[in-house]
Design a protein around this ligand. Structure first.
Ligand SMILES: [Zn+2]
Length: 143
């Protein structure tokens, strides 16, 4: 979360690249109660810049939970693990979408730490993702 001004051209690029969906929980901006936000993947306090390669589109709930964090604890090993980096990490290497339940399952320490910290599998999102998937509107990040 940041108060840094992100120029309109850059904001447009981030929204288009993410197809208007949160890059963490995949919920589209049109379904969110609060506006989606510009996430500094590496927070400015850690040296992250306001550039395309360090920005992701995030819903307000994921962005609030993430704050300036760049790592968390993997609940399986209790080791520190980096958070998922939408520009550097391949989504399909870390996460798997379950069409029947709407759950996003972790495949790696990075994913487990990210799911632990962010409300990616909050109950209302599961139903939304199942419906979006069925109508072909769930944006699963391409690798
Ligand atoms: Zn989200």
């Amino acid at each position: 979360m940041s108060k840094t001004y992100v120029p309109a051209d850059l904001r447009r690029l981030v929204f288009e690249r993410a197809q208007d969906s949160c890059e963490y929980c995949l919920i589209p901006a049109a379904l969110a109660l609060a506006a989606h936000q510009m996430d500094h993947i590496i927070a400015e306090k850690h040296g992250g810049e306001t550039v395309s390669e360090n920005l992701a589109l995030s819903c307000a709930l994921c962005n609030l939970a993430k704050g300036s964090d760049i790592a968390s604890i993997d609940p399986e090993t209790n080791d520190t693990a980096k958070l998922y980096h939408p520009r550097r990490d391949q989504w399909s290497s870390h996460f798997q979408f379950e069409a029947q339940t709407g759950l996003i399952q972790p495949l790696s320490a990075i994913a487990r730490a990210t799911i632990r910290l962010l409300p990616i599998n909050r109950p209302e999102s599961l139903t939304e993702r199942v419906i979006l998937f069925r109508v072909g509107r769930l944006v699963i990040p391409a690798d």
